[in-house]
Design a protein around this ligand. Structure first.
Ligand SMILES: Cc1cc2cn([C@H]3C[C@H](O)[C@@H](CO)O3)c(=O)nc2[nH]1
Length: 224
């Protein structure tokens, strides 16, 4: 057991398209007592004082995208700031994918009015300036849009059933622009890419590869 003092935990952001297997990836790391897992608070987005913001957003994006992304960003900031006693912390998505994937996409599609985008972007910049956020490694679960589209259908999360393949393809492109070609946005940490098209039986080998990378880097950080 790596007994870390109350240093900032080695923080891994797990990023990827809808249906790319992020939750499954995090569950793989439940076996390690030195790692805190913070999964995406979807249930908070599905029930804020009785309001299902996720459903409202998918049903009427132009009307609800701003409200939804404002709340998502707040819940992500809460996760970034969550103190952890363990030396390593794995988070599902981040304020970065909120801004560079989802908000970016909604702005480019015109779902967010430029004035709404400006407000969300100003909040993002303010937080980046004023609130220290730890990001030491990004694990990018790289997938093919058609593969995750089938998974979304199989998973059958009710709010997502009307999500078209084009949306998944556009989100894929934004993840690639952000984490691979690095054309339009800063990347806050080194990126470890995982082939997440693999199905459950084969993907454990891929996880083991990342396990080594994560724990090796974490040990280095903690022992500094
Ligand atoms: C940071 C962030 C996560 C996130 C998820 N989502 C959607 C995609 C999925 O349908 C669902 C759960 O990830 O929420 C979104 O629209 N905007 C988001 N922003």
């Amino acid at each position: 057991k790596m007994s870390a003092p109350n240093a900032k935990p080695f923080t891994v952001l797990v990023e990827g398209n809808i249906g790319s297997g992020k939750t499954t990836f995090l569950e793989h790391f439940q076996q390690f007592e030195d790692i805190t897992l913070l999964t995406e608070p979807v249930e908070e987005w599905r029930n804020l004082r009785g309001w299902n913001l996720l459903d409202l957003m998918y049903k009427d994006p132009s009307k609800w995208a701003m409200t939804f992304q404002a709340y998502v960003s707040m819940t992500m900031l809460d996760m970034h700031r969550r103190p952890t006693s363990t030396p390593v912390k794995l988070m599902e998505r981040s304020l970065y994918s909120a801004r560079y994937c989802f908000v970016e996409h909604m702005m480019r599609q015109g779902t967010l009015h430029p004035a709404q985008f400006a407000v969300l972007d100003e909040w993002f910049r303010f937080i980046q300036r004023e609130i220290p956020i730890e990001a030491d490694l990004i694990v990018y679960l790289k997938t093919t849009p058609s593969v995750v589209y089938e998974r979304i259908k199989r998973r059958a999360r009710s709010e997502e059933q009307c999500v078209p393949l084009s949306y998944i393809e556009e989100l894929h492109q934004l993840h690639e622009e952000w984490l691979v070609s690095r054309t339009f946005a800063e990347c806050p940490a080194p990126v470890l890419m995982i082939d997440a098209d693999l199905d459950l039986t084969q993907i454990t080998e891929e996880y083991k590869k990342s396990e080594h990378q994560i724990l090796r880097r974490a040990v280095n950080v903690v022992m500094q």
